[in-house]
Design a protein around this ligand. Sequence first.
Ligand SMILES: Cc1cc2nc3c(=O)[nH]c(=O)nc-3n(C[C@H](O)[C@H](O)[C@H](O)COP(=O)(O)OP(=O)(O)OC[C@H]3O[C@@H](n4cnc5c(N)ncnc54)[C@H](O)[C@@H]3O)c2cc1C
Length: 344
Amino acid sequence: MIKTARTNESTTPRVAIVGAGIAGLTALQDLSASGAHVTVFDKSRGSGGRISSKKVGESSWDMGAQFMRAHTPEFAVELDHWSNKGWVAEWPVTPWIIDEHGATPSPDNARRFVGVPRMTGLSRGLLEAAAEFITQTRIVSTEFINNEKSGQWYLNDDNNNRHGPFDSLVINVPPEQALPLLPVDSPFIEQIQNYTMQPCWTLLLGFAEPLTTEIDAAFVKTGPLAWIARNTSKPGRHDQASASDEWVIQATHEWSQQHVDASREDVFAHLTQAFAESLGGQLPDTQDTWLHRWLFSIPTQAPELGAFHDNAHNLAICGDWCQHGSIEGAWISGKAAAQRLLEQ
Ligand SMILES: Cc1cc2nc3c(=O)[nH]c(=O)nc-3n(C[C@H](O)[C@H](O)[C@H](O)COP(=O)(O)OP(=O)(O)OC[C@H]3O[C@@H](n4cnc5c(N)ncnc54)[C@H](O)[C@@H]3O)c2cc1C
């Protein structure tokens, strides 16, 4: 049960979640089911964080996370639940491996799911549980005001607006961005300072003519690339595509780190060339292109601690970086954040 310090008005607990990523939106489900009035803030125009989609031409591309899969029975159940809600669908793809010997199919038993009709179909569905979703609002500082019964949070945004009071706070932002939001006497500052994230250059290429390859998705084990996928092979994407064949191309974290400050032109040329080589041929003319640099793509560590919980401040801190770098990791962390606030 969430503590509330307010006595002279509604006693419905009020919770703020900073960050509408999968971890924050997962915490939202359990907090709102417990009866709390939950307000979600995000600096972006939409929800989803690193599962975001990018509109290029008439198409929405999966620019961040490519698919989700379960390594735990609990998350497998959740994927089926999201599928029944129509927020995700199974992507029946056979991944290939591309290495120095060439390309070979690498079938496995994994069930891969994607948000429909784009990855953010999932975050939009999860957001239905929010009392309010306040977008394009970067929270830059927080205040915790102690009183006899408990304490209350106020949040300050980058337009000098003050939001609150809230009885509890969930912070779901990458570690570097979480630090300025913590109370000065937070016991977690030193630990969180040690967490880091890795960059990832991501290229989107749309072709007027389909590429002549059987491959729809491949893990690349050679050169600068880590992953290539035909976005239009995912459920719900093809009919909305502006080009007839659309690909997402991701560089390795190592290559992205080495080229983190390289010019966009150089990165574009390098990754396009590597993509052509990975498919063993020339590429036709592109119709749509986009290049994105994720500075905080995947955490370097996998501490598997669920979430940080600060009972004295009615505060939980969550994100994949508290667990491991995947949608499943973010989900586990968001569940832990809500559970700890509800148990306190
Ligand atoms: C290129 C790439 C490929 C990936 N591929 C996969 C994959 O195939 N499968 C998989 O399982 N995972 C993949 N991942 C990882 C997966 O996307 C993440 O693990 C997961 O989405 C993280 O969710 P989160 O809630 O922890 O954080 P985030 O998604 O980062 O959410 C944090 C949110 O906080 C907001 N925010 C930040 N600061 C503030 C502030 N001050 N005020 C307000 N809002 C703020 C951000 O806008 C964001 O919406 C990939 C990630 C990337 C980047």
